[in-house]
Design a protein around this ligand. Structure first.
Ligand code: G
Ligand code: G
Ligand code: MN
Length: 394
């Protein structure tokens, strides 16, 4: 990301069908050093070449083409424009439009309700960090072939990193989440976002999960022998939970290493808990009956989360980090966190808040009676020996 602080006059558009209002904002933006231009017609606006535009102050409610359609068009053309959203509508529409823009990877500097206090408008403009505007698509992440990945799984190139989870109420270590990494002989450490979907698309996820479970169980045993008995959570994919012999395989593995089933938590993302419900419920129930714990990961972001809680015997609920990270600035996120804590606890689950990045958020979660925290405030995912040292100090 290149910051262009020395750029003489960054361009800002005000798109608002209320001409007087637009002109007024242009005056204030010009006064703050912007090359500010008013446009009253969204159709005309979208016909322009916008590749040099840095900021768009966008009125969501325009008669011909509304702001949502403008957001879509900007996303389609891949313009790197930072938005300031404005609406006379209720705050929830504004909030939701912001989510939409962010889903399209468009930055939103602020959402403001009309009439905008001018002092706030000027403050928002001053806070915007400028990037080089460009139509270029972001660099594609390196894609690995199925053959390379298969080779890696077989040749012991997958390793586990561990991120601690701390019981907020007692301050003690509650467990660790295992997160797979690929230690590539030439390319170094590769993160799962670059290979999990390769595994999922090429029928390799079963082998990958099996490998991860093996590494986790083995690590659990090793730590216990060193006097560190902890719980390890492992992520599994949708295809794994329709594999009917998963519970038996995992049971055999833990028995072989003399690891207690209660030391292993199986984490499922909500999007994984979809379709093929009968096979999934079969597997989930038998995992539970064999003593393994079940965690519903990224809770609140997938489909029909409530019916999954109703149908499957989850023991733990992990609130998606997006809500945790935003809860200080965003009332909606805060409300969702509160409700998830209540809901989970009333159903007898313990609650993990993911993405805890600051002491402030940790303390608020403590006050909200949340059980467990996980996030950069405590530690990033780290190798096994580092985690062991970390746990000693904790
Ligand atoms: O730290 P991090 O970049 O590791 O994890 C990124 C994503 O990859 C997370 O959504 C996590 O659930 C997923 N992930 C990490 N390890 C595994 C794994 O062993 N199996 C599966 N299926 N997903 C994993
Ligand atoms: O999807 P899942 O919850 O399994 O994946 C956890 C992911 O979140 C991993 O990629 C992990 O590295 C990341 N993560 C964990 N804690 C934090 C945090 O506090 N902030 C951010 N930005 N990411 C985190
Ligand atoms: Mn997880």
């Amino acid at each position: 990301m290149i910051l262009v602080k020395i750029m003489p006059q960054p361009t800002l558009y005000i798109l608002d069908d209320d001409q007087e209002y637009a002109n007024l904002l242009v005056e204030f933006a010009s006064g703050s050093g912007w090359n500010a231009i008013a446009e009253y017609d969204p159709v005309v606006f979208l016909e322009k070449d916008l590749s040099d535009v840095h900021v768009l102050v966008l009125d969501l409610n325009m008669p011909e083409l509304d702001g949502i359609e403008v957001i879509r068009a900007i996303a389609e053309k891949k313009y790197k424009i930072t938005l300031v959203l404005v609406s006379g509508f209720d705050a929830r529409v504004l909030h939701s439009a912001q989510q939409l823009a962010e889903a399209h990877h468009i930055k939103v500097a602020a959402s403001l309700t009309k009439p905008i206090p001018i002092s706030e408008f000027v403050k928002v403009l001053a806070s915007i960090e400028l990037e080089e505007p460009s139509k270029d698509t972001p660099v594609e992440k390196e894609k690995f072939s199925a053959i390379e990945l298969e080779h890696a799984i077989k040749n012991d190139e997958l390793i586990l990193y561990f991120q601690p989870q701390v019981n907020i109420q007692t301050g003690k270590l509650a467990g660790v989440e295992a997160l797979v990494r690929w230690l590539h002989p030439e390319k170094g450490l590769i993160f799962p976002d670059q290979f999990i979907n390769v595994a999922e698309k090429n029928n390799l996820i079963g082998a990958l999960t099996e490998r991860v479970l093996y590494l986790a169980v083995k690590q659990n045993k090793k730590w216990r022998d060193e006097g560190f008995n902890t719980i390890i959570s492992v992520n599994i994919s949708a295809d794994d939970i329709i594999s009917l012999n998963l519970p038996e395989k995992l049971k055999t593995l833990t028995e072989q290493y003399d690891v207690e089933a209660r030391n292993i938590v199986i984490e499922l993302t909500e999007s994984a808990v979809m379709g093929e419900l009968t096979a999934q419920l079969d597997v989930l129930n038998r995992l539970r009956m064999k003593g393994f714990s079940l965690s519903i990961d990224d809770f609140g972001t997938g489909y029909s989360s409530l019916s999954h809680l109703y149908q499957a015997p989850f023991t733990e609920l992990k609130i998606d980090q997006i809500f945790i990270m935003r809860m200080l600035e965003d009332t909606e996120a805060m409300v969702i966190v509160k409700i998830c804590i209540m809901l989970g606890q009333m159903l007898g689950m313990h609650i993990v808040a993911e993405g805890v990045e600051t002491k402030e958020i940790y303390d608020i979660l403590h006050g909200m009676n949340c059980d467990i925290a996980q996030g950069y405030y405590l530690s990033r995912p780290i190798p096994a020996d580092e985690l062991f040292e970390w746990a000693k100090l904790y």
